[in-house]
Design a protein around this ligand. Structure first.
Ligand code: PFF
Length: 454
């Protein structure tokens, strides 16, 4: 039972798995979302809650997903089916795999739109479009982009097409190669940006903003956001890490690599935050700008700095690279599942891509033609984002924690993880009790059932 083999292939080494998993984790969540969620929720206190969520909720589930994946060696749906069968559990657990596939498709649709903006901005930066521009002009520039459905369509389609191309090439020649090329480039560019921001920006203000807590700004909603974001940023709850686990060679230490993935992911968010806030504060701009922080406030700051267009281009290149290595992992659970049902990989990728593209068009229109359409005060775009990252991912992660913690025997987990018994026990303790209770409390609080408790 333990010698299952993946029909999709394997990563070539431990490093390849680390790069691919970090590629999935590091994405728009770290560079586009983290700074603005943090800015909206008061900076330092939010960072602390976020770090606690990563350690107590995210990391244990990351380890669980990779472990289940390597044990099952198939797409999340079939891995869950196989493991439930082995352990004599209900077949209904397969449902978690289906939820995860839907989440991935929804996330990729809005992800592609934002990555498309980044591509557009990469070009704008190279053309010096925002050099010396006033905040007003940059706001109009961004509004001009989102108001134009065809320009948006062009960029998000281009982004999606490249993602699908890597995906179609398979595990080693596609996913692994993308990570091997893009991740080192991303780290190098980010480092360069951080050094630049420290030199020309206001690093002291950024540091104290990110790390000095103001708990008065923190409420239940902020804690929910921190938790939702810890799932999103580690690509949890949608089977991406599970399917990446299915491609992991047996000699890889899941515990060790998972910790490194969480460290790298958190490091990128904090470094990106330092760079962004250093620049924004140096120009006396306000950080709490919502999703527009990166596309309106930041270009104003870059535009006023020496060599700003060049470094601005580097920044948007980092965003695009980060998004590509994440995008391929979002649809992998579905692509792998279709392949296991006998589809040729190319056909599976095209079918999934078509659905993502159609949803992306809906989101594209939600900024212009259908901008009036809203539900409970949220535009379609905000709704997709909220439902997937704040509801579906935590729900998926919660169920995966329950499955790994309560449904799979300790013996088979130990065999897969190969760690000492005390360490395994500690992980199981957190996975069985702390993680599910934490997710549940935060959920109930967000739904208003225990309002005021947090
Ligand atoms: N972790 C990615 C980010 O932070 O941008 C987002 C993501 C990737 C979510 C892959 C889910 C996923 F399966």
């Amino acid at each position: 039972m333990s010698e299952r083999k993946s029909i999709h292939g394997e990563w070539s080494s431990q490093l390849a798995f680390f790069l691919a998993a970090t590629g999935s984790a590091v994405g728009l969540g770290n560079i586009w979302q983290f700074p603005f969620i943090d800015g909206n929720n008061g900076g330092g206190a939010f960072v602390l809650i976020y770090l606690a969520c990563i350690v107590l909720i995210g990391l244990p589930i990351l380890i669980a997903e990779v472990t289940l994946g390597r044990r099952g060696r198939e797409s999340p749906v079939n891995t869950l089916r196989g493991l439930a069968l082995d352990e004599g559990r209900s077949r209904a657990w397969v449902g978690v795999g289906f939820i995860s596939m839907v989440s991935g498709i929804i996330i990729l649709s809005f992800y592609s739109v934002v990555a498309g903006w980044s591509l557009d901005y990469l070009l704008l930066s190279l053309r010096g479009a925002y050099a010396g521009a006033s905040p007003d002009r940059v706001s109009r520039m961004f509004a001009g982009l989102t108001a134009n459905p065809w320009r948006q369509m062009f960029w998000f389609t281009l982004f999606l097409a490249v993602s699908l191309w890597f995906s179609a090439r398979g595990v080693r020649a596609g996913l692994e190669r993308a990570a091997r090329i893009m991740m080192p480039l991303l780290f190098a560019l980010l480092l360069l940006l951080v050094v630049y921001a420290l030199i020309v920006g206001d690093a002291g203000a950024a540091f104290s903003y990110l790390f000095s807590p103001d708990f008065s700004r923190l409420d239940g909603q902020a804690v929910l956001l921190a938790m939702g974001h810890s799932f999103f940023t580690l690509s949890l709850g949608i089977g991406a890490m599970m399917v990446y686990g299915a491609y992991t060679p047996n000699n890889v230490s899941i515990f060790r690599v998972s910790i490194w993935v969480a460290v790298a992911d958190t490091g990128v968010a904090l470094f990106a935050g330092m760079a962004i806030f250093s620049l924004v504060f140096a120009k006396g701009l306000a950080p709490a700008q919502g999703p527009g922080l990166i596309f309106t406030t930041l270009p104003v700051a870059f535009g006023a700095m020496p060599l700003g267009s060049l470094f601005g281009a580097a920044f948007f290149a980092v965003l695009v690279l980060a998004a590509w290595t994440s995008a391929v992992s979002m649809i992998e659970p579905t692509v792998a599942w279709l392949e296991e049902r006998g589809w040729v990989r190319m056909r599976a990728v095209l079918a999934v891509g078509a659905v993502v593209w159609l949803l992306g068009m809906v989101l594209d229109f939600s900024f212009n033609i259908w901008s009036g359409v809203a539900w409970q005060g949220r535009t379609l775009f905000e709704l997709f984002n909220f439902v997937s990252s704040d509801i579906m991912l935590p729900l998926g992660g919660f169920l995966i924690a329950l499955f790994a913690g309560w449904m799979v025997s300790e013996r088979s987990l130990r065999r897969e993880l190969g760690v000492s018994r005390p360490l395994l026990r500690l992980w199981l303790l957190v996975l069985r009790y702390v993680t599910p209770v934490g997710v549940l409390l935060i959920f109930l609080n967000a739904l208003g059932l225990i309002r005021g408790a947090l």
